[in-house]
Write a protein that binds this ligand. Structure first.
Ligand SMILES: [Zn+2]
Length: 430
């Protein structure tokens, strides 16, 4: 262990030197080349040169950077910085991406600490937060751009030649605690920051997550433990249209919806899901089996009391019948019941209405036979992984922009698409 660290410490300066040499070489290669103005295309004039530094993982880099100016429109241009993709005094792109990878799994303070341990980089939580804003904005714009692009029917998707016969799409939502303040606190002089205002109840916003998978790729690594080989996640801090636009774009990118593909949509009772599901011509709507049972449970508890064996048996029988496709029998049986209290009557009516409304989405025997599955377990676990594990830790409050950006980055990691970040620019955010 000590040997390894010793070598690292010993060679760090050498790595910095090697990197610095490469920077000098790039600077030399540009010398004498006159850039043209991006606005008026005229050749620019060399104005001055200044030494600029920025932070890389192995230390601080410097370069003498020529500044050019357009005599016509006064635009300025520093070709070396553009080519290297760095900004003076800022963190370089490679380090920024590493810091983002830590911040998508750990809170900012811990990510900063991990940066010290893993990368040997000293940085504050605020420093990590800043690079996440800049990279995250880029990632969020990319995925939103993708949704917009595919919302146009002339968009080019991947080939659907090998489109699967069946795709399963499921969606779920949960609440995120939001910050109340609209403006960031500012430090005046050397005074400590003013305390955060108390968070009133009800400051929440829904995050929606959708999962796409192929039922043919479902595996059972051990009895009763189901998983899938591949799944693609889409998540957003937005309305129903936004999440469905994202899911549709992802399907187009994958080439998963061909003219004969059956799109299976699994959801709970939420109307917004079924309203949007109609965008798929060949579709099969399924009411999540576990939600269907959860509603039965609420009646059973009232009927027989908490943790009673009879309640257990009552729900078990409903489960068996539903699984066998006998939803109409179940409804008929519920209607024959004579509830003794107004409360029970109301709950029972609610359950009957729920099953009647969704009966067309409860042919579970058929869905099982066709291999579609009957539950939205995949989306619930995915949703927990996307949202809960990072965004819903004790006391966390988010700004809309902060959540949107971090969410976009976290999805890249969970979808195993982190390499995309290399192709995205770091953007400046106010
Ligand atoms: Zn010009």
């Amino acid at each position: 262990m000590l040997l390894e660290r010793e070598v690292e410490l010993q060679y760090r300066p050498h790595m910095l030197e090697a990197l610095q040499n490469k920077v000098h070489a790039v600077a030399d290669s540009l010398r004498g080349q006159t850039p043209t103005c991006s606005r008026c295309s005229r050749p620019m004039k060399r104005h001055d040169a200044e030494t600029v530094s920025w932070e890389a993982r192995v230390g601080q880099l410097h370069a003498l950077v020529d500044r050019y100016r357009c005599p016509n429109c006064n635009d300025e241009h520093r070709p070396l910085l553009d080519l290297l993709g760095v900004e003076p005094g800022r963190i370089c792109g490679a380090l920024a991406r590493l810091l983002c990878s830590l911040a998508v799994v750990a809170p900012y303070t811990l990510a900063a600490r991990l940066a010290g341990l893993l990368l040997g980089v000293e940085i504050s939580a605020m420093g990590v937060w800043k690079v996440v804003q800049r990279m995250g904005e880029s990632a969020a714009r990319y995925s939103e751009g993708m949704s917009q692009y595919h919302a146009d029917s002339r968009s080019k998707g991947a080939s659907t030649q090998d489109a699967p016969p069946v795709v399963v799409l499921s969606v779920d939502g949960s609440m995120l605690g939001m910050q109340v303040r609209k403006n960031r606190r500012r430090r005046t002089g050397s005074e400590p920051l003013p305390p955060l205002p108390a968070v009133p109840e009800g400051q929440f916003q829904e995050v929606k997550t959708g999962v796409l998978l192929l039922p043919a790729e479902r595996v059972e690594p051990s009895p009763g433990r189901h998983s899938v080989v591949r799944r693609f996640l889409v998540s957003c801090l937005g309305n129903a249209d936004t999440i469905f636009a994202g899911l549709y774009a992802q399907l187009r990118e994958l080439g998963w919806v061909g003219p004969n593909t059956m799109v299976v949509i699994v959801g709970d009772g939420a109307e917004w899901i079924w309203n949007r599901a109609t965008m798929f011509v060949h579709r099969c709507e399924i009411l999540d089996f576990w939600h269907a049972l959860e509603h039965a449970w609420s009646v059973a508890r009232l009927l027989y009391g908490e943790e009673s064996r009879l309640a257990d048996q009552w729900v078990h029988r409903i489960a068996e019948d539903l699984r066998a496709g006998k939803v109409q029998e179940v409804i008929a049986r519920l209607k024959r019941m004579r509830p003794k209290t107004p409360e029970l009557r109301e709950k029972l009516q609610g359950l009957i209405a729920y099953y009647s409304q969704h009966a067309g989405r409860m042919h579970y025997d058929e869905y099982l036979r066709l291999g579609y599955g009957i539950g939205s377990g995949a989306v619930e676990s995915a949703h927990k992984q996307v949202v809960h594990a990072r965004f819903r830790q004790a006391g966390m409050r988010w700004s809309e922009a902060g959540a949107r950006r971090l969410l976009a980055l976290r999805l890249l990691l969970l979808n195993d698409n982190w390499a995309l970040l290399d192709r995205l620019p770091m953007v400046s955010v106010a």
